[in-house]
Design a protein around this ligand. Structure first.
Ligand code: GLN
Ligand code: ZN
Length: 770
């Protein structure tokens, strides 16, 4: 057996330093390049990544370079590899039963009336994976040898890389039951069949020259999945007994990132595998280690989740602690794949050099791993200089201007700041809005047309003068307000044309944030976002949204909603400072928003929406950590909105329909009106809302904005009738699932017309004449 490398990363960004993968994949989708051209570009990208990792100090032949590429998503990769394809796509298989690249993309993106796989958040990150559909009818068979080919491709170029694949337990634990499955079917019940395919795959990887394989099993650390920890541990035990029992396989490294491994460590310790990865950023060094039977313990001590250079000395101390506890052999790794961070801080030319010295993107983190690995071999003294430099950078950061801002810290919070008057009093005060029953509104953004993007790009490049850009945006608002008047909506929006992104826009207008040029992070498929860096104390140098909101309000006698992004979402979609509790940072953002709300009120805005689509996403994976999170997240929202007058109607918007887990938190937000997603699940959530006794305003979405489909009047009407049957009329609002920015105008206008007509019909029946 070849030893596990002294240092490695769990995975590397796949989209390319300049989003090269996005460009070629989208060109392929658009028919501008053919499959072989796409394959060639992807191979080039993989070659560049391997070369870069070797240049940064990972070994070419010691399995330390992961083979972690994906064209779209690693969960889809695993599902396709084992042939877990929903029946509606079965005809896409090639004659030899394999699933080629065009079929792979069709499963990811859908085609005509064949719906794609559903998409949902990957653990507590902002990455989205595709949800496999598995039933008793699923026939598992090795259906793609892509990973094997990549290992061979690497070998041809002189590398021995370590193939990475989502493990069988996580694949099944994240899957949902197929449409054909009987009620209550559990995909985990198919474990033995899936494992048989992994056996075959491992044999092929071995034959291709892989010395190690990495099975990612983050499901083992999550307490937020349908399967219990015990069920997952049992499944892991069964799966690994089979996989590990085979002679024809590479050495097996099971990684369990995103949280502490806890008792499952015992299961892995006794399994016939060779290395175990533990997340020591989210979890701590265990007080005592189980007997590892000669296995390597791979300490995930460099944070794969954030962009801070961090405490390298502390990271090394954790590795030494593992050794002192008696692990036979210890290696250094990142806590998670580096998928969650941008490529290289050296690609940033506009960031303050002092800030840069505090940062580590993927390539810098690889450098840190190489340092730690050297230290494991040669002792602490050999790397003392690097450790000290990181410590000095931390100290510099601690004392730097802006990191602690006296004016922000002097603002005192009183308990009363977190509460408004009672809902009843507010309802009475808001009567003056004179809204009809089933008020019609939208979530905020209108389509971001090519014209808007072009104008913004020209303005950013300095090619369009500020005045012209503002005039352009005002004309856009004129159009959007006139359209809403024409459609007959009751509460209008300005359409958000001035925002590139609902978080970045605020980051650009608040102190304490920095914005990157090339800091792209994959969000799903070919989509990437550029999270801002929240590095210092947050404050608001000037009002942000007031001029746009009041301009829009000046165009209509109907109320126009002010639109803000909430503190939790701003944190969730940024890289956040790690030197103080998140709740403290959230409260600083909340205070800035609170001031913005006061200014909006003063400008005559009567309805203000504070979006919190990420509330659910940051929910910790461990149940024990959830109450504290829900407490600070709810409090930050309440601090942001708690200063609003009784007559000001506060709305919030959440982007999902899994109401259950967070229902108490949503109630505690105490918003006057909450809009949520509901169209895809055909209003199922309304029953949950009713059962929970939720009594504030609620707008279950009637239009699935993730699809270009225009819902018919009848379809919307039936959704609305379902809602009206379950909930009191006065509580209900009518709105789409989410913002319209990704949609085109044709389908948006047609859909909104149908929503208005459906609402008219339901109102007619529902309003009983006195
Ligand atoms: N107000 C935002 C919009 O309409 C909300 C977007 C979101 O929930 N992600 O685009
Ligand atoms: Zn939304």
């Amino acid at each position: 057996m070849t030893a596990f490398p002294a240092g490695t990363i769990l995975g590397y960004p796949r989209i390319g330093r300049r989003r090269e993968l996005k460009k070629v994949v989208e060109a392929f989708w658009a028919g501008r390049i053919d499959e072989s051209a796409l394959e060639a570009s992807a191979a080039e990208l993989r070659a560049a990544n391997r070369a870069r990792l070797a240049e940064l100090g990972l070994g070419r032949e010691d399995s330390s370079i992961p083979e972690s590429f994906s064209y779209y998503d690693q969960v889809l990769d695993a599902a396709v590899t084992v042939g877990a394809v929903p029946a509606r796509f079965e005809d896409l298989r090639s004659s030899d039963g394999t699933i080629g690249l065009p079929a792979y993309f069709t499963i990811a993106r859908g085609e005509g009336d064949r719906a794609p796989l559903e998409m949902t958040k990957w653990f507590d990150s902002n990455y989205h994976y595709l949800v496999p559909e598995i039933g008793p009818e699923t026939v598992f068979s090795l259906s793609s040898d892509r990973l094997v080919r990549e290992v061979v491709e690497a070998a041809d170029a002189g590398y021995r890389t370590r193939p990475v694949i989502v493990g069988p337990v996580t694949l099944l634990a994240l899957a949902k039951a197929s449409d054909a499955a009987p009620v209550g079917f559990d995909p985990l019940s198919r474990l033995d069949d899936v494992v048989a395919v992994y056996v075959e795959l491992l044999a092929k990887l071995k034959a291709a020259g892989a010395a190690w394989v990495q099975l990612d099993e983050p499901a083992l650390v999550s307490e937020s999945l349908p399967a219990s920890t015990t069920e997952l541990a049992d499944a892991a035990q069964r799966a690994l007994a089979v996989l590990g029992g085979r002679a024809e396989r590479p050495s097996i490294f099971v990684s369990a990132p995103y949280a502490a491994l806890g008792e499952v460590l015992e299961v892995l310790a006794t399994a016939p595998i060779e290395a175990i990865g533990v997340d020591l950023v989210r979890g701590s060094v265990p007080a005592k280690l189980p007997e590892l039977g000669g296995k390597t313990l791979v300490g995930g001590v460099v944070d794969g989740h954030n962009i801070w250079r961090g405490d390298l000395d502390g990271a090394f101390a954790k590795l030494e602690a593992l050794r002192d506890l008696g692990a036979a052999s210890v290696s250094a790794s990142t806590s998670t794949s580096l998928l969650h961070v941008p490529h290289d801080v050296q690609d940033e030319t506009k960031l303050d050099p002092r800030l840069v010295s505090w940062l580590a993107f993927a390539d810098q983190k690889v450098g840190q791993i190489v340092t730690l690995a050297d230290g494991l071999g040669a002792g602490r003294d050999a790397i003392a200089e690097e450790l000290d430099a990181a410590t000095a950078a931390l100290a510099d950061r601690h004392g730097a201007p802006g990191v602690r801002d006296g004016a922000v810290r002097r603002r005192e919070l009183a308990e009363a700041d977190f509460s408004r008057v009672t809902y009843e009093e507010r309802e009475a005060a808001q009567e003056s809005l004179a809204l009809p029953s089933l008020p019609l509104t939208t979530i905020g953004s209108f389509p971001q047309t090519g014209d808007i993007r072009r104008a913004r790009a020209q303005f950013t490049r300095g090619e369009l003068p500020q005045d012209d850009y503002e005039a352009f945006l005002k004309a856009e608002i004129d159009r959007v307000v006139a359209l809403q008047e024409d459609l007959g909506l009751d509460v209008l929006v300005h359409g958000e044309p001035e925002r590139n992104d609902m978080v970045q826009y605020f980051a650009e207008n608040l102190d304490g944030f920095a914005v990157t040029e090339n800091g792209w992070v994959q969000s799903y498929g070919s989509r990437a976002t550029r999270p801002s860096i929240l590095w210092g104390d947050v404050s608001r140098p000037a009002p942000i949204t007031v001029s746009w909101a009041s301009y829009a309000q000046s165009l209509s006698v109907k109320p126009v909603k002010g639109m803000l992004t909430g503190p939790v979402t701003i944190l969730a979609w940024s890289f956040v400072r790690d030197d103080q509790p998140l709740g403290e940072t959230a409260n600083q953002v909340a205070l800035a928003l609170r001031d913005e709300i006061a200014d909006l009120e003063a400008a005559g805005i009567a309805i203000i929406q504070v979006d919190e689509p990420a509330l659910r996403e940051l929910l910790p994976l461990k149940k024990a950590d959830q109450p504290a999170y829900l407490d600070w997240s709810v409090r930050s929202f309440r601090l942001a909105t708690g200063g609003a007058e009784a007559a000001t109607q506060v709305h919030t918007h959440l982007c999902y329909s899994e109401f259950g887990v967070v229902i108490d938190a949503i109630r505690a937000l105490d918003a006057d009106v909450t809009s949520i997603e509901a169209a895809r699940s055909r209003m199922e959530v309304v029953a949950e809302v009713a059962a929970a006794g939720f009594d504030h305003g609620i707008g279950p979405g009637v239009y699935d904005i993730h699809s270009p489909r225009v819902p018919s009047v009848e379809e919307i009407e039936s959704l609305l009738r379902r809602a009206v049957d379950e909930l009191p009329l006065h509580q209900l609002w009518v709105n789409p699932d989410c913002g319209l920015k990704t949609r085109g105008y044709d389908e948006t206008v047609a859909s909104l017309r149908n929503i208005v007509e459906a609402t008219r019909r339901v109102r007619e029946d529902a309003v009983v004449p006195a």
